[in-house]
Design a protein around this ligand. Structure first.
Ligand code: SF4
Length: 361
């Protein structure tokens, strides 16, 4: 029977007690001491009865806590999942099912036809508003340059034509690298409006749960964009976080850039990053109103557009909640009982995750 839980903004959580790291156990102990009977803002919190296993904790500790002490703490969960940073889509996925997000990071996500088709539609939309650029990166620095270059071109397109698509954003959350890619920025009434596109195979409007997850993504995008526009996250932070001054482009990629007409001094990651971040700071006012658009997968036709307002306090709550996981203060949460219907669609159900397997209908 599943037990143990943590809370996330807007929901009551229950989870099974799977393997727990030393830091998680310590954090949970501190938490329980602080909370007593543990009722927070009306949400019921229950603790696991699973006994602390010092051997297991020591193994986890030895495996995960590498590097300097400070960096060890910061990198523990990420390095355990072989990740170097957090994506905004990870954060949104934590709100669908955090356990599923973790399992996908650990075992790989299944690339379905639906995902392939969605990527194709995104590519077609991108070509409609950006100048298509055929750059084929050969290394990580090449790839990084391409992201910066195409995102810069998209922001120039926004400034000149009122629309730019597929804009990569860099930022920070709790000291971790954070990356996100906005589907579209559009000028409306003198303000920049964030758009996110989602494709659906069945052509039906999204469920409440899908809307909730997708809305989380938009809120975090907006927070990142605020940091970029205000200069709270600049090319200096970026250069430090990614050590870009050590990056060298491949000769083949340089040849491609030459063919595109990129001048020699511009073939430098620091230089193109500077251009992109300057463009972000010049964006002006960002609208509090954001758009979520659902498209029919086979045709690309619009199903429905939703409008949401930014809520800074709610976004702070989201960041606090998700960091609990990334900081190793708690294990990943599976879905609560009220959302166990999601398990029927999950590739790990009954295999790597049996939380609700015994209670399937
Ligand atoms: S089976 Fe259910 S609880 Fe487990 S990872 Fe999948 S969706 Fe989450």
């Amino acid at each position: 029977m599943p037990h143990a839980s943590a809370n996330r903004p807007g929901s009551v959580f229950r989870s099974n007690a799977a393997s727990r790291s030393f830091s998680q156990v310590m954090a949970l102990s501190r938490f329980l001491v602080l909370m007593g009977n543990a009722t927070i803002t009306g949400k019921v919190i229950e603790a696991s009865n699973r006994p602390f296993n010092p051997e297991k904790a020591a193994r986890y500790n030895a495996k995960s806590f590498t590097g300097t002490k400070t960096m060890g703490v910061l990198l523990s969960v990420l390095s355990d999942l072989h990740k170097s940073g957090i994506k905004v889509s990870d954060i949104a996925a934590q709100y669908w099912c955090e356990r599923q997000m973790e399992l996908r990071a650990r075992h790989g996500a299944k690339i379905t036809n639906e995902i392939r088709k969605g990527a194709q539609i995104h590519g077609e939309l991108e070509d409609q508003v950006n100048v298509p650029m055929f750059l084929q990166p050969k290394s990580y620095p090449d790839y990084m340059y391409k992201q910066l270059y195409t995102s810069h071109a998209a922001l120039v397109s926004l400034r000149e034509n009122g629309k730019g698509r597929e804009i990569q954003m860099y930022g920070s959350i709790g000291g971790y690298r954070l990356v996100g890619r906005i589907d579209m920025l559009q000028m409306s009434g003198g303000k920049v409006v964030i758009w996110e596109d989602k494709t659906k195979a069945n052509g039906k409007p999204p469920s409440e749960a899908q809307l909730h997850t997708n809305r989380i993504q938009l809120l975090v995008y907006r927070r990142m964009l605020d940091d970029l526009v205000s200069g709270d996250y600049t090319e200096r932070n970026f250069t430090r976080a990614y050590s870009t001054e050590k990056m060298v482009l491949t000769a083949e990629f340089v040849r491609q850039l030459k063919a595109l007409g990129v001048p020699d001094p511009e073939m430098d990651i620091g230089r193109i990053a500077g251009r992109l971040f300057t463009e972000f700071r010049g964006l002006g006012s960002v609208s509090d109103s954001m758009r979520l658009r659902y498209l029919q997968q086979s045709t690309g036709n619009e199903i429905q557009i939703y409008s949401f307002d930014y809520n800074k306090e709610e976004t702070q709550g989201i960041v606090k909640y998700v960091l609990g996981y990334w900081n190793g203060e708690r294990e990943s949460n599976p879905v609560p009982e009220s959302e166990k219907w999601k398990c029927e669609w999950c590739e790990f159900f009954g295999d790597k995750c049996k939380v609700w397997w015994g209670q399937r209908g």
